[in-house]
Write a protein that binds this ligand. Structure first.
Ligand SMILES: C[S@@+](CC[C@H](N)C(=O)[O-])C[C@H]1O[C@@H](n2cnc3c(N)ncnc32)[C@H](O)[C@@H]1O
Length: 436
């Protein structure tokens, strides 16, 4: 209880992350994993139109990143977004951001996640809870409460801290607890911490990690307190993360961040073919755990979970439309490249791609006789797989089996799904317009 109050007091005095509501007139901040095309693809098999009373809970909504982003995307639907946080100061900033944008679809609740069972909020189709559960005395209890608040097919986007990438941070937290043991004011804790951070030598474990974790530089005192002076803060290794999820009756779906998906691929690190073969025989979760230990820089786990299994949109469902988003002209570029004869059948089309979340990604497409026509028929972004396959059969004037074309698409598309620029949606669902 003492720690719960300390956490509440921190976020009351230092609302995190630092946000200026007036900036809403300039830009819309994207929340990783929070775009409707992504949610539909990963959590609802591509079948969610977000127009049938879709209900969202942003649990521990902070200064409003997720409520603003989801509120903006859903503003022309009858969806309801419920924002909940026990820091009134954070909620006021989130409310101001919504006001600047003219969002009317958010309900504001100033309360604790632990009180959700008593609040009669009903069930939610989607819950966002980012950077919150690891600050509860019992993250397990918090996640169970959220799990119980999901509708039958509901899904969540969670973010919890990762253990090894934050090792240096925990050493500073420990150090500051010792130094500040007799200090009672947050302002004084901050002053002492600044004095320490300034003198950290290059050998210090945090100094070695400041290139990839530096909230105090990004957000000033607010970031410094959150990073080094937090009173309730724990982190998870990948095996611990999987256990955390399954204990709450949830199914892990996928990591949300394209960067983390790439970072956890074992092929990136192990070049010895025998060792790679050996490791590739292990469960994918163990492979990821090995990657996390090798790379050392994973500072958070951002992922989707669901109440049900098999929530990812499937290429075997031929009413699904494959579409690039937001890089909408990629199909045209690839089609033109092959059509101009710059690469021939049987060769590999290789190029580097820069997209929103990852840069310099190697793309490798083995060009078959069908590849050009797959991309040609994806240019409009509205043809279903069935329509694409029928168009290819018409072109070749013979009966190519669906299974052959599905397999062809799978080989090409997997790399684009992974970096978060290709999605599937049901043919009945209109194309998404990017919100700005
Ligand atoms: C690190 S901030 C993250 C804010 C936001 N989710 C984001 O990603 O920008 C953590 C937020 O969780 C809130 N929080 C922590 N424990 C909570 C609890 N038990 N009930 C409600 N809110 C809580 C804090 O007030 C704070 O706003």
């Amino acid at each position: 209880m003492k720690d719960l109050l300390a956490v509440q007091e921190q976020y009351q005095d230092y609302p995190y992350p630092l946000r200026d509501p007036e900036e809403e007139t300039q830009r819309l901040l994207q929340v990783v994993g929070g775009q409707l095309p992504e949610l539909n693809h990963w959590l609802y098999r591509g079948k969610e139109n977000f127009k049938s009373g879709f209900r969202v809970l942003v649990a521990g909504g902070g200064t409003g990143d997720a409520s603003t982003f989801l509120g903006e995307q859903l503003k022309n639907t009858n969806a309801e977004i419920v924002y909940l946080d026990f820091s009134f100061a954070s909620m006021e900033i989130a409310q101001k951001r919504a006001e600047v944008r003219g969002l009317k679809n958010i309900t504001w609740i100033h309360d604790s996640i632990l009180n959700i069972p008593k609040l009669n909020l009903g069930k939610f189709d989607f819950i966002n809870c980012s950077g919150v559960l690891h600050h509860l005395a019992s993250p397990d209890e918090g996640l169970q409460i959220l799990s119980d608040s999901l509708s039958i097919c509901g899904g969540m986007n969670l973010m919890i801290y990762a253990k090894y990438g934050r090792a240096g941070v925990y050493q500073i937290q420990h150090l500051m607890k010792v130094i500040n043991s007799d200090v009672n004011s947050m302002a004084e804790e901050i002053e002492n911490c600044k004095a320490i951070v300034e003198i950290l030598p290059a050998t210090n474990w945090y100094t070695k990690s400041q290139d990839f974790i530096a909230d105090h530089i990004l957000f000033g005192d607010i970031g410094l307190y959150d990073l080094f002076l937090h009173k309730q803060d724990r982190a998870y290794s990948i095996p611990e993360m999987y256990e955390f999820v399954s204990k709450a009756d949830l199914h892990f779906v996928h990591f949300t961040s394209p960067k983390q998906r790439l970072e956890l691929e074992i092929e990136k690190y192990i070049k010895d073919t025998d060792l790679l073969r050996q490791i590739k025989q292990l469960d994918i979760r163990v492979q990821q755990a090995i990657s996390e230990l090798i790379v050392g820089t994973v500072v958070k786990h951002d992922f989707y979970v669901s109440k049900v299994k098999d929530t990812v949109a499937d290429l075997a469902c031929l009413t699904n439309v494959p579409y690039f988003y937001p890089e909408t002209d990629l199909a045209t570029q690839i089609y033109n490249f092959i059509d101009n004869g710059q690469v021939s059948i049987g060769q590999e089309l290789k190029f580097k791609l820069n997209c929103r979340y990852v840069q310099d990604v190697d793309i490798n497409i083995h060009v078959s006789k069908y590849t050009k026509y797959i991309f040609k028929n994806m240019i409009e972004g509205s043809k279903s797989l069935q329509e694409i396959f029928d168009a290819i059969r018409k072109e070749f004037k013979w009966n190519i089996l669906d299974a052959v074309l599905i397999n062809e698409c799978k080989i090409i598309f997997t790399q684009f799904f992974k970096i978060g620029i290709l999605f599937l949606r049901d043919k009945s669902i209109a194309a998404y317009k990017e919100c700005i």
